[in-house]
Design a binder for this molecule. Sequence first.
Ligand code: BGC
Length: 374
Amino acid sequence: MKKAKGILASLLAFATVISFSACSKGGGGTTSKATGTSSAGGSSTSHMIGVSMPTQSLQRWNQDGSNMEKQLEAKGYTVELQYANNDVNTQVQQIENMITKGCKVLVIAAIDGSSLTDALDTAKKNDCKVIAYDRLIMKTPNVDYYASFDNYKVGTMQGQYLETKLGLKDGKGPFNIEIFGGDPGDNNAKYFYNGAMDVLNPYIKSGKLVVQSGQTDFAKVAITNWTSATAQNRMDNLITSKYTGNTKLDAVLSPNDSLAIGIVASLKSNGFGTDSKPYPVLTGQDCDIADVKAIIAGQQSMSIFKDTRLLAAKVVSMVDAMEQGSTPETNNTTDYNNGNKVVPTELLSPVYVDKSNYEDILVKSNYYTADQLK
Ligand code: BGC
């Protein structure tokens, strides 16, 4: 019975994701529901909480948004949830609207971490507290807390996965690898890149990893807005310029799943996936359904699971603490300097997923049903 309920919950969550995606076409999505003052064990306040998410075009943000909304409403808060179509001006306007509507706490996953200084000045003037969600908000004193997964560790785990699968520690090689990076406006992207490159760079220096394109600098490999099609195009260009004839592509570092799925599309269309031209070892992050399916099909090697239910629960507990006038718990008060101050941070632990453990980690935890991954 418990299991059946879990499956039902997952199906409902998935249906929510689908319905959010469906309404993304018309522009920045908005939901705002008053839930009254009844509380399921939390505060009995009816303050409005603003939740500003970057885009509905990526699966994870739909899950983050709907988890935040569900969990805040269960505590009796009214929620103003908006998605900004990856457009910085839209996000600024949405945040200003939330402040005008009277939100007392803003939870923001920034599109561009450095573009919210003025909006957060307005928040401050209106006694509105701010939690940076998943991505740190830069260059402002007006961000109170930050909650995320350990982003440097995500990169480290991707680098270590490549290291292990290629057998680099055992002295194997040389192998050909290409490097991809995330959106330069997203503060997380550099953490992912640095975490992975700190593992890979010694092998590049020793010649055990060879980047045939020569493109290793973050600025050269970064993919604006984390767009799949841009990653696909870049992979197409790399393959046609460097990996024709007998030059094998052994590995690709991709910081997340939206890039990895574009890279898989390129590999497929360039004839990879045969005995003579196997798929390279390819990393990812987020465990998007399409990418987990690609992992099961042997086209992508791994992803990083960041359980958005846990991040939402952590942020909701921070909101609750602030609303009750106490100090939210954090576990890192030294490392996340936003260029103006060190922001008290709670870091959760990422987990790697590949073909060998996806059922245990994603299905048994009711994050996905087995059917969703078919
Ligand atoms: C998040 C990743 C996500 C990426 C693209 C990053 O800030 O941490 O989980 O894949 O943005 O949306």
